[in-house]
Design a protein around this ligand. Sequence first.
Ligand code: AQP
Length: 330
Amino acid sequence: LVRIFSGIQPTGRKHLGNYIGAIQHYVAGQDAGESIYCVVDLHATTVPYDPRELRERLYDTAAILIAAGLDPERCILFRQSDVQEHSELSWLLSSVTAWGDLNRMHQFKEKSAAQRDLVSASLFTYPVLMAADVLAYRATTVPVGDDQRQHVELMRDIAERFNARYGEILVVPDGQFPEVGARIMDLQDPARKMSTTGGSVEGTVYVLDEPKAIEKKLKRAVTDSGTEIRAGADKPGVTNLLDILAAARGTTVAEAQASMADARGYGDLKAATAEAVIALLDPVRTRYEELRTDEDRLEAVLAAGADKARAIAADTLADVRRVMGVGPAR
Ligand code: AQP
């Protein structure tokens, strides 16, 4: 049985990297097995945020996911904080998590360095909550972008250590990383990944950008010296555009490159990429605008999803509590 689980933060505005690296694969996952997707609002509290905005961004993110093609009849779509088992399991799993392992996480190092006042303990233990998210569902498969490799490795270690200590209760999940577009780079700085925090607005295409904005951002994308359109380590800007072009069209990078054989220069590559990205995102934005107006409906979808999710997570928690000797004997 394939059981897919992935989480997405309700922070900021979702961008093309999130879409190509994760959301597209969530949609495909609905046909690959049982699939469970979670908007992780508890994760969003690990860095400074505006409580009034969090709920708005949560609805934004849920609406984007449905607009992209998630069908609440075919998958489980819910809000993390609605299923309290995540928090409890996170605490219990922290007892089989090595402090030294958490201390090695790149994301913690980057994000803690960016904080101006408080570096929260929850920013440090973020990967344990992420492990709990996945392990609560005994998921086999975790579709995520390349930046999550280390966190997936850690959740596997946590599951293995738990099972070694308490018996085979948890499933050790596999990460599923896209073949094309696992790491979309910032258009203004192809050495850094396109990201919600820290990137440039000009270098980040948002899922909800109007076609004109997408065109402008791609037209101004930083390219490399020379004129040759090919992927390679010496051409990070062109490689990123070819990656985006291929992912947006659903082809390989080699096919995207071949399709540009008659191009006259980087301008043509940028125009083709803009066209493919607009074709990908424009229908999503249109559907989003419709869905976003009805918060009651979004709330009902999330609540129904949470009921289904809770039933699965509660079952895992009952097993975990039992083997750990926590709570009354049952
Ligand atoms: N640049 C990217 N290329 C491919 N995949 C990416 N993902 C993120 N950036 C890229 C994948 O998107 C999924 C959801 O990520 P998230 O919920 O962690 O969203 P976020 O934190 O708002 O996104 P960022 O951009 O990663 O924010 P920062 O950089 O601020 O932390 C994940 O599967 C992720 O791999």
